[in-house]
Design a protein around this ligand. Structure first.
Ligand code: TXA
Ligand code: MG
Length: 321
């Protein structure tokens, strides 16, 4: 197993791999990332190969300092600076005009680049020691569940990466919120670990890009993030779905259903959105190991981080409908 404890030596070892153009997986506060030197097109190409990801899907560059940010992107507006000051390091990705030497393979030829500073000491140290911005998508295979532990990464991509740094379970558990600044407006491209209302407190009302529009963030594809087991919303279930089936139930805070489940998991008995988001992918991963025919999931109120949770669940359900 190529899972390594995050000692200084091991982080340095991973940074040397990145410098040499190899892949290293690392923890962030949202999900684990599959990292490569973001300025080396050949290294970045290895990410697409490992994930089996269509190459039209652009990547996020992860930085550890504002100096690094200035080298790769323009800051088009004062409010962008305020967002950075308030929410970085943290689960907020900004899509900004790119500077020339960001390779096209990172941005899929777009004139913009997605950047974030992760709020995780291991990730920040790795980026600092690598001395380059690290391009990193979530360390899962394309359309599969995002990883929130080092073991999840090893199960999906273990043979493809030189090293997986183990930072334990991700504290946030869903991917970053992605905001673009387009034609003088802030636009939400993906709900995520930073609730949109907190961003609106800084920049005012944000436009929400709908999935039917051109999916400029392919995280906006209508299906994504799906477990291997069929998943449906609980209140859409028919009796015939349940006949002779081994069924798992995923609930927000309690199981009030009369259905007889084989396995039940609760995202947060306290109805705490932060706890629920941090459990979402890990519980879906656990269901994958249970040999189920169907997962039924309760809808979560669409407020606060509930918006990101419902976004991920709806995409998983869409894959099977
Ligand atoms: O929390 C996260 O954001 C994690 C961790 C590892 O940082 N990363 C992550 O990366 O979720 P990924 O590749 O799974 O999702 C990145 C999203 C994609 O939907 C991509 O289309 C969008 O960011 N994106 C990247 N660059 C873009 C750009 N220039 N314009 C619009 N969308 C962009
Ligand atoms: Mg992803």
């Amino acid at each position: 197993m190529n899972i390594y404890q995050p000692t200084f030596e091991n982080i340095k070892f991973a940074a040397d791999k990145i410098k040499k153009g190899e892949l290293a997986a690392f923890p962030t506060e949202t999900v684990y990332g599959l990292g490569a030197n973001g300025l080396d097109p050949e290294a970045v190409a290895k990410i697409f190969e490992a994930k089996k990801r269509p190459s039209f899907n652009p990547l996020i560059l992860h930085v550890s300092s504002l100096h690094q940010l200035e080298n790769i992107a323009e800051i088009p507006n004062k409010l962008v600076n305020q967002l950075i000051k308030k929410f970085w390091p943290g689960p907020l990705t900004l899509v900004l005009p790119k500077k020339n030497f960001v390779p096209d393979i990172v941005t899929s030829g777009h004139p913009t680049v997605a950047v974030r500073m992760p709020n995780n000491e291991i990730a920040l140290k790795l980026i600092e020691l690598s001395e380059v911005p690290i391009a990193a998508p979530s360390a899962n295979k394309f359309t599969r569940l995002s990883p929130t532990t080092a073991e999840h990464v090893a199960n999906q991509l273990g043979s493809k990466v030189s090293i997986i740094l183990d930072g334990g379970k991700c504290s946030v558990g869903v991917e970053s919120t992605i905001i673009a600044f387009i034609e003088d407006e802030f636009v939400l491209l993906r709900p995520g670990g930073l609730p949109v209302n907190q961003i609106e407190n800084v920049v005012g009302k944000i436009k929400i890009k709908s999935v039917s529009d051109n999916p400029i963030a392919p995280g906006m594809l209508p299906f994504h993030y799906a477990p291997k087991v069929k998943i449906k919303f609980l209140n859409d279930v028919n009796q015939s779905d349940l006949l002779n089936k081994k069924v798992g139930g995923l609930f927000f805070s309690e199981n009030k259903s009369s259905i007889k489940f084989d396995v039940v998991k609760i995202l947060s008995t306290k109805r705490d959105y932060i706890e629920a988001a941090s459990n979402l992918f890990s519980m879906l991963h656990e269901f994958e190991l249970e040999d189920l025919d169907l997962i039924l999931v309760e809808r979560v109120p669409e407020e606060n981080l509930g918006i990101a949770i419902m976004d991920r669940l709806t995409k998983a359900v869409n894959k099977y409908s």
